[in-house]
Design a protein around this ligand. Structure first.
Ligand code: SIN
Ligand code: FE2
Length: 217
């Protein structure tokens, strides 16, 4: 059972696990103890490679995106790909902060994915109304290694579907410090984020941030 979402610091340090399927779970409160440091790193890296709204074949993404790590995910009218350079600055993406790498490996290990070393970290910034439609993460060669997804700031509803687009979709509340991991048999599950509701969070103001760690393969 997740603790009372309004409990604030009363539950700092509290962690719980909600299984979502084989190789997949919500790790409640898993990153709470280092959330402030993660947010400080997001500000630092987005000062180098700024948030931007990428174009896709079907339009402009409502969440703003940047990356860190050896490879970054980019999209434009011609499609998606991973690149070692930020097309906006021409420079390599900011390095993966050691704090990020450690968190990703620890969260993956909690689901028995040993030695997870992601080369890519997508950093999403959601303002109220921003959303992410149901999709599979299918731009990676490695389709067994997990995705590790960290929620910071305003709460959101994570949409957790099945291996087929038409499968029933569960609505999973994700809050500041929660981590979702999906790999192995669940690696290709359709997922998304419902439109973010207005709010104010003491750590991030009017935004939700999400870190998504991946192994492009
Ligand atoms: C994603 O699917 O890439 C991001 C999920 C999220 O923002 O929670
Ligand atoms: Fe995704």
């Amino acid at each position: 059972m997740p603790p009372d979402p309004h409990g604030g610091d009363l539950f700092a340090g509290e962690r719980w696990v909600e299984p979502l399927g084989p190789g997949a779970a919500l790790l409640g409160g898993f990153a709470l103890d280092r959330a402030d440091a993660l947010i400080a790193q997001i500000h630092a890296l987005s000062a180098v490679s700024p948030f931007r709204h990428m174009e896709t074949r079907s339009g402009r993404m409502s969440a703003a995106l940047t990356n860190c790590g050896a490879m970054g995910w980019v999209s434009d009218r011609s499609g998606y790909r991973y690149t070692p350079h930020d097309p906006l600055t021409g420079a390599p993406w900011p390095a993966l902060p050691p704090l990020f790498a450690r968190l990703a490996a620890e969260a993956a290990a909690a689901l028995d994915f040993a030695d997870f070393r992601p080369a890519a970290c997508l950093v999403n910034r959601y303002a109220p109304g921003a959303r992410l439609g149901l999709h599979q993460d299918r731009d990676e060669g490695d389709r067994i290694a997990p995705i590790v997804s960290v929620s910071l700031g305003l709460p959101a509803t994570f949409l957790w579907g099945g291996l087929e687009r038409g499968a029933r979709v569960r609505r999973i509340p994700v809050r500041h410090g929660d981590v979702v991991v999906w790999g192995g048999p669940s690696r290709m599950v359709f997922h998304g984020v419902a439109p973010l509701r207005h709010g104010h969070h003491p750590a991030t103001g009017g935004f939700r941030y999400n870190l998504t760690f991946r192994k492009p393969g």
